[in-house]
Design a protein. Sequence first.
Length: 346
Amino acid sequence: MRLRAALALSALLLATNCGRSAGANVAATVNGRAITYEELDKQYQVAMYGSPGERPSDDQLVIQRLEILRAMIDNEIMLQRAERDGLLAVDADVERKFSEMRTPYTEEEFQKQLKDRKMTVEDLKAQLRRDLSAQNLLNKETTAKISISDKDISDFYEANKESFNRAEPQLHLAQILVTPRADEAVRNLKGDNALDEPTAKKKIASLEDRLRKGEDFAELAQNYSEDPESASAGGDLGFVTESALEQANAELRKTILALRAGQVTPVLKTPEGYRLVKLITRDPAGQRALNDPNVQQTIRETLITRKEQLLRSAFYEVARNEAEVINYYAQSIVAGGSAAAVAAAK
């Protein structure tokens, strides 16, 4: 008890000495706007929700909190730039996204999800506003500036011609996966993760219904799929050879091979969970020509993704350089060690 009290006092003194004007509860400031330890703790609880395994050591805890604080600082930088440029998300957009998130659940289930994550409705809407505002900013500063020429596509094709030569027929597939268990690797846009068999069944049935009503497969996959490898790409699994499907169970293989381009399977039960699989295109064997629309689309999407990643990384660096950031939490670690930093965050 004495040791814990001493650490807490030490952390308080460190925080005060590192930035008395900011206040002992301030973890960082961005252009004078504070990020508090209370806000950091909330984000930590959300990020670590459902994470299996042993409790992290004190050093691991500090590393995790530093990473989360860095992301919060970046988000605050983006929010402030969106404010400056008149790109803040409007209430209607926030409400629309909020409605999409709660659609698969009853009110009781939705409130439980919030409670488990130690969030309120106001917390969630505030986070949605930040995310949508940052997206507006990034679209203006990066995506809108990307231009792919016919020469870019031709040069890429010539440099990667062998990759467009199919030794056997291939299927371009996408999927939405819902698992009946918590998984810390799940990183869909909504942070939506079924925790057990009943909620997994309800979630996949809701997604199947929304697809029948005409909602976009890729958008639903980004928002709700629990496959950490494909969710961010709209569920895109790339091209799969017909022979590779032989490794799948007979029912899954038969169902997928029976699809026509653009069709989606009914809900499929697999060892990992529940899946909806979409056949995007079916390509025959042989060399695919540059004038093939699918080839051009594939190349264009690849080049756009590469340029978008490059521009966004560079934009974040420029935005960080132009912002005045003081990370009091990091300063307290350098000055007093991780134990004091853990105490300061509690």
